[in-house]
Ligand binder design. Structure first.
Ligand code: PAF
Length: 281
């Protein structure tokens, strides 16, 4: 396995692979890889001849008061995980490689990116769309792999690919959880022992909401209220949002139909965590 920070080098390698008729999968990440990322890499390795993992903490998707400086990084551990999973290349650029000092072109999306996380993090999806669009142009993959844990991000990427006619298949992969239910996230490392226990209200709320919906409850507001009740019972938790929306448009639901996304964002202390479930009706 190779690692490079050079856009030119990635392009040359991928060009050579394509010349040989090989398919290329891309797994975009911000590093500090855990088993959730590993499940994406495993799937990419199974479905492609060559796999590129991008490992880049993208500064432009963090708001001014967010955790860019504190975001956990461990490139040596990432290398070991990628190598063991069978990836062929890690793209680990310096911020200067991705963003010229006078960088001034952004991919801006309306609608899908405006609610939920887009509301609490107004410039977040502009940063995500811009970097993912750049990565798609640099790596030129046939398929790209994203986690369902970031359900709105997945909807945003799918919309961008459709709207901008990008010739890339987007693959969404299931949420990976800790044994006790907490969804895997690089941000879980911010939690102290007490907060880690309190963070279980997220998965508890998700499992309860899912059970209600699967049991036949068809009132979105009732399911959201029941989930919120569980979270509010935990003194260390503060709700950012608990919402049921259409999984593709991220618009609020009047009725439970189609692909329903129940999504939550909750602060545990200073750490903002997200979780969700999707129900196909
Ligand atoms: O999901 C992430 O880790 C990031 O948002 C992504 C897609 C790698 C873009 O920086």
């Amino acid at each position: 396995m190779k690692i490079t920070g050079s856009i030119r080098e990635v392009r040359e390698l991928v060009k050579e692979w394509k010349r040989q008729g090989l398919s290329v999968g891309l797994v975009p990440t911000m590093g500090y890889l855990h088993e959730g990322h590993k499940s994406l890499i495993d799937r990419a390795v199974a479905e492609n001849d060559r796999v590129v993992v991008s490992d880049f903490v993208n500064p432009i998707q963090f708001g001014a008061n967010e955790d860019l400086a504190d975001y956990p990084r461990d490139i040596e551990a990432d290398k070991r995980l990628c190598e063991a999973a069978g990836a062929d290349l890690i793209f680990h650029p310096a911020p200067e490689e991705m963003y010229a000092p006078d960088f001034s072109t952004y991919v801006e999306m309306q609608q899908v990116s405006e609610r939920l996380c887009g509301k609490s993090r107004p410039t977040h999806f502009r940063g995500v769309c811009t970097v993912v669009c750049k990565l798609f142009h640099i790596v030129n993959p046939d398929q790209a792999y994203f986690g369902q844990k970031d359900a709105q991000q997945l909807a945003v990427i799918r919309r961008m690919v459709r709207d901008l006619d990008l010739d890339i298949r987007i693959v969404g992969c299931p949420i990976v959880r800790e044994a006790d239910g907490l969804a895997k996230s690089s941000r879980n490392t911010y939690l102290n022992e007490e907060e880690r226990k309190a963070a279980l209200v997220l998965s508890k709320a998700i499992f309860h909401g899912e059970a209600l919906a699967k049991g036949g409850e068809r009132r979105p507001d009732v399911i959201a209220d029941e989930m919120a009740k569980i979270i509010k019972a935990e003194p260390m938790a503060r709700i950012d949002y608990v919402e049921l929306v259409d999984a593709d448009t991220i618009c609020p639901l009047q009725k439970m139909q189609g692909r329903v996304l129940a999504a939550i964002a909750v602060f545990i202390g200073k750490t903002r965590l997200i979780d969700n479930f999707i129900l196909e009706l």
